[in-house]
Structures are given as C-alpha cells and as structure tokens.
Design a protein around this ligand. Structure first.
Ligand code: SF4
Length: 528
C-alpha cells in the first residue's frame, strides 16, 4: 500500500488526532456552532434550542431545521479539510445535471409522451429522428446537451416551433418504445417509470414458436471470476432517483422510512378516550408487511439535499440513522423501496441513490476521513452529535456481521466498552492506517487522502479471514474502500482497522477469534 501523498492540514487550529479524541471533537463542534451563528444567527438559535430539547420539535419541523443547517455543514467540512475547490466542483457537478431532470419531467413525460401516445410513437422512425436531433446538437446526440437545448427552445417557443416538434417526436419514440428505451438505457432522460406487475417482476421475452415457451432475459450480467457485476449508478442516476422522489416527509407520508401503514379505524386526532389502534402495515402482494426502512433512515430528507447539490449534508442526513451506510445501499436490503409511495409503478431506487451519495464523498480528497468523522461527530444528529462519556458498562457482541458491527458502533458511541466475537479468522490490517498492531499495541496512524489507495479488485484479493467472509457470504461484492470505511469508525474486528479498538486475537478451538474493543481514547479500561 503506497504512502498517502498529501499531509492533512485542518482548519480551525485542529489536528488530525483531534478528530479521534472526545475533547477535540467537542472543540470541532464548538467551531461549527460558531460558524453557523456567524452565517445565520436566527438559524443558529433555533439549532441550539433544538439540540437542547430535540423532543420538543415535531418531525416535520425537525426535518426542516436539519435541511436548513445541512448546507452550512457542507461548507464547514470543505473549509475544515481545505478542499473548497474540489467541493465546489462537486456541488456544481450536481447543478450542471439539473436540466436533465427538469426536461425529463416537464418535456419528455408531461409534453412529448402525452401529445404523442405509445401507438403513434411505435410507428415513428426513431433512429432517423435521432439523427436529425443530433444534427441540431452539433452532430452527436447527448442527453445533457439535448436537455439544455430544449430549455433554450422552450424559452422562445415561437422561434423554435419546428425544433420542438422534432424533439417531441423523438422524445416520444425514445421514451414510449422498448427499442428507444433500450438504446438510451445508459442515460436517464428516456426512462419513464414503468408499471409494476408484481407477478412478473423479472421481465422476460417469451418465444413460443418452437412449440414450447423459451423465456429470455435481455439484461443478463455475466460473472467473470469474482469481479463485481454491479458497479452501482453514477451521479446522474442518483440524482434521477432523488428528483423522482416527491419528498414525502413534507406531508408526513414518507412510507419508505416509516412503512406503509393501514388507515387506523380510530382517527389519530380523535379524543384519547377512544383509544388508539395499534400500527399495522399494509402487505405486499406476497404477504410481506411493508414496514419501510428498518433504521427509519431520513430518506426523503437526504434525497432533497442531494437534489440540491448538498453532497456532505445528504450523507450526514443518512448517517444520523445509518452510520454504517458503507455496508448498506445497493448491496443489501431494499425494504425502503418496497414501501415507497409508488406502489403501482417503479419505486424510487433509494439504495442506488444512497450508495452514490457515499461514493461522491469518498471520492473527494480526504473523503474517507470526512465520512469517518461523520460517524463520530454529526452536528445534525440532534440527539447524539458527539460520542458520549464512558459509562463503564461492558457489552459482548456475538457475531460481527452487519448487525453486530452496527450494534458495536452505536454502543461505542454511547460510551460502552464492547467485546466482539466472531467465528471466522480475523486478519490484522496495516497498523499505519488502523493505529493498532496485531499484538494490540497502539501506534500513530495517518489520514487517507485518496480513497483509491484502499482499492483492490475484488477478484485479486486473497483469502483474508473476515473480509473474505464478507465477499463470499452475506455481503458479496462489498468494495474494499467500504470495508476500510467500516474499519475506521470503531466497529467490529481488526479487519476493520479500528483506531479506537485494541485488538487481541485469541484463537480458541475451532478458530474462534476474540476481539477486544477498547475505547482507549475515551478512557475505558482493559476488559480481558
Ligand atoms: S422514496 Fe418514495 S416514499 Fe420515500 S419520500 Fe421518496 S417518493 Fe416518498
């Protein structure tokens, strides 16, 4: 592993070590509160009051407050890590794509597809229309260039009636017909939501001409060795989902987060003497309760922030309820999607948007450290912005899979000492970035500037204990940088490169590894 090429110089007089020290984090928090007050005194006062008594806020009011504070966190983090230029590029990258989503909704779906119905679109010569549109765009068709040109033409319709008529015919063909959608499958503009048939969730083409039915999939992804087959979506894909979302938290209808509830027989505003119905969730056509995200992640809120370009704020919003987001996203459960308000058409692909939100931050200089920091200090987590003082309580976690290491994370941040046990061999990682030697001795560790230094193609990695277990079992396909991300924030085993964890491995009987996790920086004592 090459040495990190840059050295981290934090703003506000803070040192890298402060980001792993309770007193340093408290100073950091104070700097943020001061910066917020300097930028918007009224907002800072509301924020302080909310932190002092978070229970006093209605859910919607809390969401509004967090969404108002999040952009300040974006700017603060950029300044803290000295990456204002790169952060600005990221924000502008979000804004640059905005015409795509405006034109998709207002021109493709609400104008072209309504004016030229599917039957008529099927009779159009799509490739010829595309060639004519491409000629107007300078010879090559490009979705963003098309969207920008549409906005310009619409701004002066009488002067561009001909061009708009051509664009309508082309857009109707591209979005209505299977051929058009297939040709433009790598983009976002011509992917209108499709009706969902729960009994035919896997689209197949059926050919009965041989006298028997042959079902064919047209989107097979062939596995080559152990390489990932799903790299996840790009920024445009994530923003497409965030813009498709209708931000239901504003109406307290964000069923992706809280579940699709049956209407209570006793209305919620009826006198208390009538009692209250227990919450029951609607069921999918397969009888599965639609209970939404098990973590009640603030999905609607993070989509809103992401769509506005607040990349750090969107991740901070996710991390409030899902600090181990590096292990979720499109790699794990999709209960949120199943409970999306869109039940008869494609749901919002929340897992893809979530994964991309994390990746966008990891790709920044010091992005790994930004994410790692948010798991220990998250100012928009009103109830727990900082790790709590040591409680002296000790907890044993049996099994350090996703549930185990997430539990470990919460317990450690709540001030408890945690011991994790896992049934699989655990390999020590590089002490230079974990801060822990295989014998448990603590050493200085360095910040990671470029997430690329952690990357290793999945198919090239040798068998290596617990990490390998992840690839081969419950989280097949987990990228290396995400495993390392988990490592840095107090979770699990030595494979997770814990900085606040003293790791002792004792192989017992059938290769049972014991891992002691000791919050050394927080003053807990050894427990084994
Ligand atoms: S993901 Fe679906 S349910 Fe959730 S806020 Fe968006 S549209 Fe509403």
């Amino acid at each position: 592993m090459p040495a990190s090429p840059a050295s981290l110089s934090l703003a506000f007089g803070l040192a890298f070590e402060d980001l792993y020290d309770p007193a340093g984090l408290a100073r950091l928090d104070g700097e943020f509160v001061r910066a917020l007050a300097g930028a918007d005194a009224g907002l800072a006062a509301r924020f302080a009051a909310a932190r002092a008594n978070p229970g006093a806020l209605a859910y919607k009011d809390e969401a509004d407050l967090l969404i108002a504070v999040a952009p300040h966190l974006d700017r603060f983090m950029a300044k803290l890590f000295g990456i204002e230029d790169e952060w600005q590029d990221l924000v502008e990258g979000h804004h640059r794509l905005a015409p795509l989503f405006r034109v998709k909704r207002k021109f493709v779906q609400r104008r072209a597809m309504l004016k030229i119905k599917a039957d008529e679109a099927a009779g159009l010569d799509g490739p010829a229309l595309e060639a004519q549109v491409a000629a107007l765009l300078g010879g090559k068709f490009d979705e963003l260039a098309f969207a920008e040109r549409i906005l310009a033409w619409v701004a002066d319709e009488p002067a561009h009636a001909q061009e708009l008529a051509l664009a309508e015919r082309f857009a109707a063909w591209a979005a209505h017909t299977p051929e058009g959608r297939w040709l433009h499958r790598d983009g976002v503009l011509f992917k209108p939501p499709q009706r969902v048939d729960p009994m035919h969730l896997v689209p197949v083409q059926t050919d009965a001409s041989p006298g028997y039915s042959v079902h064919t999939l047209h989107h097979i992804r062939r596995r080559n060795g152990f390489a990932l087959t799903d790299p996840g979506t790009n920024l445009a894909g994530a923003l497409d989902e965030a813009n498709y979302c209708i931000w239901c938290h504003e109406q307290a209808k964000d069923s992706c987060s809280k579940g699709l509830k049956e209407k209570p027989v006793v209305p919620a505003d009826a006198p208390a003497s009538l009692g209250r119905d227990p919450i029951t969730f609607k069921k999918s056509p397969f009888g599965v309760p639609l209970a939404g995200c098990p973590l009640e992640e603030r999905i609607s809120e993070f989509h809103k922030l992401k769509s506005e370009g607040w990349a750090v704020g969107a991740l901070a919003m996710i991390v409030i309820d899902n600090p181990i987001v590096c292990a979720t996203g499109h790699r794990i459960c999709n209960d949120c999607m199943k409970s999306c308000i869109y039940q008869r058409q494609d749901p919002v692909d929340i897992p893809q948007a979530e994964t991309r939100t994390l990746k966008d931050i990891l790709a920044l200089p010091w992005g790994f450290e930004i994410y790692s920091l948010l798991t220990r200090w998250n100012p928009i987590n009103l109830r727990s912005p900082l790790p709590r003082a040591p409680t002296g309580k000790r907890v044993l976690i049996v099994g350090t899979g996703p549930a185990g290491f997430t539990l470990a994370h919460f317990l450690l941040n709540d001030g408890h000492t945690v011991v994790g046990i896992d049934g699989l061999k655990i390999e020590p990682l590089d002490a230079a970035i974990s801060g822990v030697q295989p014998d448990g001795k603590r050493v200085a560790f360095r910040a990671i500037h470029d997430i690329g230094e952690l990357r290793e193609p999945l198919e090239h990695r040798v068998m290596a204990g617990f990490e390998q277990a992840f690839k081969g079992r419950s989280l097949a396909g987990l990228p290396d940088e995400l495993i390392t991300a988990m490592a840095r924030h107090d979770v699990g085993s030595s494979a997770f490169r814990l900085r606040q964890t003293k790791v002792i491995q004792v192989v017992v009987g059938k290769r049972i590894a014991w891992v002691e996790m000791q919050q050394q920086h927080f003053g807990c004592s050894d427990i084994i």
